[in-house]
Write a protein that binds this ligand. Structure first.
Ligand SMILES: Nc1ncnc2c1ncn2[C@@H]1O[C@H](COP(=O)(O)OP(=O)(O)OP(=O)(O)O)[C@@H](O)[C@H]1O
Ligand SMILES: [Mg+2]
Length: 220
């Protein structure tokens, strides 16, 4: 059975309230593919993480402490996702990723759940990761701020790093992928498929390695 590693954006689970309809559709997809694939799903923090981090940051907490709050939020989201999926277990431990369907959140301060998904793929020797979020892929500029932003179908690790470097104004939460994720993908030649998770048919195409709408991040 083939392993599928998914970084599931917390923005899909909790965009400002729990998206029960999305969680049903996502779990049905996993269920329909369970004979062919084993899933390792790493869930992000979404609105829950943003709200708590923002408030604690105003109180003057350290970035490390804020990351710890963020990890708690990702784990709450992961536990919720687990409750929708039959035969999956929630874990906080990378040593649990070798068998069964696993749902997890963040692991340690200092990196995002996107980076965790890359580390999972690296450890398992999986050569692609599906990054599901609420936009259709990576654009040349933030599509929520620039209506004229152009979707990038295909980009190398190096070009993506330069694009983010050009666009970034310091560390911010609303970046599709962080630097560390891209560097881990690059060193282990893991293809990243960034998709809009709400389009389930497209999600399946990306899992199956078929043509999909979104962005393929890969080596030269
Ligand atoms: N160049 C870009 N291309 C695509 N999206 C971008 C870009 N720059 C910024 N964004 C923003 O990144 C957001 C997606 O990242 P975000 O971290 O907010 O969500 P997520 O990863 O799905 O959820 P979470 O981080 O909570 O797990 C989009 O909503 C978009 O506005
Ligand atoms: Mg994110």
């Amino acid at each position: 059975m083939e392993d599928v590693v998914i970084s599931l954006g917390g923005s899909l689970v909790n965009p400002g309230g729990i998206d029960d309809s999305f969680l049903h559709r996502f779990s049905e997809m996993v269920n329909s593919l369970k004979e062919r694939y084993r899933f390792i799903i790493v869930v992000g923090g979404g609105r829950l993480a943003r709200d708590y981090i923002e408030m604690a940051r105003k109180r003057g907490e350290s970035e490390y402490f804020l990351d710890m709050i963020g990890i708690m939020a990702t784990r709450m989201n992961a536990m919720l996702v687990k409750s929708y999926i039959k035969n999956a277990r929630f874990s906080t431990d990378m040593r649990d990723i070798f068998s069964g369907n696993v749902v997890m959140g963040g692991t340690e301060p200092g990196h995002t759940t996107d980076a965790v998904s890359m580390l999972v793929a690296e450890l398992l020797g999986v050569k692609s990761v599906i990054n599901a979020t609420t936009v259709d892929g990576i654009y040349d500029r933030d599509p929520k701020l620039n209506p004229g932003a152009r979707l990038i179908d295909d980009i190398s690790y190096g070009d993506l790093l330069s694009l983010f470097y050009l666009n970034s104004s310091g560390a911010g939460p609303n970046q599709v992928l962080d630097f560390l994720s891209i560097k881990i993908a690059e060193r282990s030649r893991i293809e990243i498929r960034v998709i809009n998770g709400r389009d389930i048919d497209n999600f399946i195409s990306a899992i199956e390695g078929k043509h999909f709408r979104g962005t393929r991040v890969h080596g030269q």
